[in-house]
Ligand binder design. Structure first.
Ligand SMILES: Cc1cc2nc3c(=O)[nH]c(=O)nc-3n(C[C@H](O)[C@H](O)[C@H](O)COP(=O)(O)OP(=O)(O)OC[C@H]3O[C@@H](n4cnc5c(N)ncnc54)[C@H](O)[C@@H]3O)c2cc1C
Length: 435
């Protein structure tokens, strides 16, 4: 049997980016994907005049490498409405407040004591050991900033629990700012100009246009409906069992969530499995809800609304999708994308209950009357990996154990950042160093 130089398993954005890099270098490779289409959790649909995303909704482009990738795929992207800079959060009186310096210094979000405390931020000592996001924020900025600003942000991005997320692993820039400048405030004032102006994007058919374009470029080197069932090391190569047969590869890249890696690793890799199994993934449900414009009182003039966990409202938040990007809803209608679940909330398992919960929570917040004209749901049983305390040590232990398995690389959004841009960079760099 011929030995392939490179084999990639998993055509999410990480595996696709790695494949595009190998393609650019003229390397011979195959990319195997279990599902019928590429993209992993990037999934978009158009139905009844609504274009909606079931997974990620936006791509933040602030890395020239990501911009180059889009250019290579001839994908222009649609810039988010400038109103997207306005992000609402619910305050203790359940009123919407736009986040920003005015919210920090004005009285709508924080008490006078909490605002006074912010002035002392530069005088707090640097952390000596790994801290949770909650400990870090409480120490530097005070408990109210944690409850009313950082907790909703962490729920929105990671569906996570700030008491358990590691600040160094999940928000590395914050931890670096403290270590470098001794203060977040001073770091903000002295911050160097970024390499490029950041842009928030989607595409005409939703986020899935991105993996569709990548898949078209890869042609028959991408094989869908091809779940890998086992990998076995043999004579300095890897034997890969899939639905349709067996392949041999010199270099094998698994670009998969940790549970999928655990299922196909050889039985002798138990310590590796154990470390991978320590990375938690909470469940999330994403709902696309359409309404006639006249049924929603709020002007929806922003990115969306985040709901602090302190309020006891189960819904995590909602994006104002038809404000963010054009043609997301038919004329005279609006589209919201609602998130439930995460590390701090139990989630109803029945679709009807999910819709009921979202509507109960959002009706008074956004002034919604009546039932939606359009509704779809996606349940993500293992949505987003949590970079909890000890994450960096866990990743180091995994890398040490991998030295015993030459030719095998493990990638995915469980290391190096969960944002799409991070996954694109990680895949690309893995392809670059593939040798
Ligand atoms: C609800 C939700 C909202 C999000 N919102 C955003 C957002 O707005 N912006 C943002 O930047 N990020 C967002 N993210 C995060 C981002 O979408 C992910 O981090 C990223 O898409 C992960 O890509 P991946 O390639 O690492 O993994 P995945 O997308 O999980 O891809 C893994 C692939 O491997 C395949 N596979 C699994 N097992 C096998 C097997 N045995 N054989 C072959 N193939 C296999 C799967 O089918 C899948 O296609 C969101 C995530 C979720 C879940």
């Amino acid at each position: 049997m011929d030995v392939l130089p490179y084999l990639i398993v998993g055509a999410g954005i990480t595996g696709l980016s790695l494949a595009l890099r190998l393609e650019e270098e003229g390397k011979e490779f195959l990319l195997l994907e279990a599902r019928a289409e590429a993209g992993g959790n990037i999934r978009s649909r158009t139905e009844d005049g609504f274009t909606y995303d079931l997974g990620p909704n936006t791509l933040l482009v602030r890395d020239p490498l990501v911009a180059d990738q889009l250019q290579r795929l001839a994908l222009d992207g649609i810039a988010a409405n400038p109103l997207a800079r306005r992000r609402f959060v619910l305050n203790r009186h359940k009123r919407l407040v736009a986040l920003g310096p005015a919210a920090l210094l004005g009285g709508k979000l924080l008490s006078p004591g909490a605002r006074l405390r912010l002035l002392g931020e530069p005088f707090h000592a640097r952390a000596a050991a790994e801290e949770s996001v909650a400990t870090f924020v409480r120490r530097r900025l005070g408990p109210e900033v944690l409850d009313w600003m950082v907790d909703p942000f962490v729920s929105g991005v990671f569906a996570g629990d700030p008491e358990r997320l590691s600040v160094a692993a999940s928000l590395p820039r914050l931890a670096q700012m403290e270590q470098e400048y001794g203060s977040l405030l001073l770091a903000g004032l002295r911050r160097k100009r970024p390499a490029m102006r950041s842009r928030l994007l989607s595409f005409a058919g939703g986020m899935q246009d991105l993996p569709r374009a990548a898949a078209a470029k890869l042609g028959d080197r991408l094989r869908c409906n091809e779940p890998v069932t086992a990998i076995i090391p043999v004579d300095r190569s890897w034997r890969v069992e899939s639905r349709t047969g067996t392949l041999l590869a010199k270099r094998l890249f698994l670009c998969l969530p940790t549970d999928a890696i655990i299922r196909i690793l050889p039985s002798t890799a138990q310590p590796l499995r154990d470390h991978l199994a320590e990375i938690e993934y909470p469940s999330v449900a994403t709902l696309a809800l359409g309404f006639p414009r006249t049924q929603v009182e709020h002007p929806l003039d922003g990115f969306g609304v985040l709901i602090p966990r302190r309020l006891g409202i189960p819904t995590l938040g909602a994006l104002f999708s038809s404000t963010l990007f054009p043609r997301r809803a038919p004329d005279g209608q609006v589209l919201l994308t609602v998130f439930l679940g995460g590390a701090q909330e139990a989630i109803p398992q029945e679709e009807a209950l999910l819709f009921r919960q979202a509507l109960d929570d959002l009706s008074s917040i956004l002034g919604i009357q009546g039932e939606p004209s359009f509704q779809r749901a996606q349940f993500w049983p293992r949505a987003i990996p949590q970079y909890n305390l000890g994450h960096s040590q866990r990743i180091n232990a995994i890398d040490r154990l991998l030295r015993d398995w030459p030719g095998l690389s493990l990638l995915g959004n469980w290391r190096g950042g969960v944002a799409l841009g991070d996954c694109i960079r990680r895949g690309w760099e893995a392809g670059q160093t593939a040798g």
